[in-house]
Design a binder for this molecule. Structure first.
Ligand SMILES: [Zn+2]
Length: 109
């Protein structure tokens, strides 16, 4: 694990790399030896949410034949009014993949 910060935000003591247990799940963290404050990376928190089944907006990559597929959360489809036959434009962003929906009814051939 990379030390993503040097000193505790609360008391300015140098933090140490360690692990902690949160609701039975072992997580890497940085801990302040003085005040006990724990700092997590977002990927550790995502790991926690996945293992706890907490996140509604996490999906697992699967395979279908030779393709890699992912199911969409229903509320995303609803909120963006995505229907079968619509398109998704993938954009590579520094923080991940953005999918821009394009409705087939908006495309005039
Ligand atoms: Zn501290």
């Amino acid at each position: 694990m990379k030390k993503f910060m040097k000193n505790c935000y609360k008391c300015n003591t140098e933090v140490k790399i360690t692990t902690t247990e949160k609701e039975g799940i072992k997580l890497n963290c940085l801990k302040c030896p003085n005040c006990g404050e724990e700092y997590f990376t977002s990927s550790e928190l995502t790991k926690f949410d996945i293992l706890k089944g907490k996140k509604q907006l996490i999906r697992k990559f699967g395979t279908l034949g030779d393709s890699t597929v992912m199911r969409f959360p229903t509320n995303i489809l609803k909120d963006f009014n995505i229907k079968p036959g619509d398109y998704g434009v993938f954009e590579k962003k520094p923080e991940g993949i953005l999918i821009k929906p394009v409705h087939s009814k908006d495309i005039k051939l």
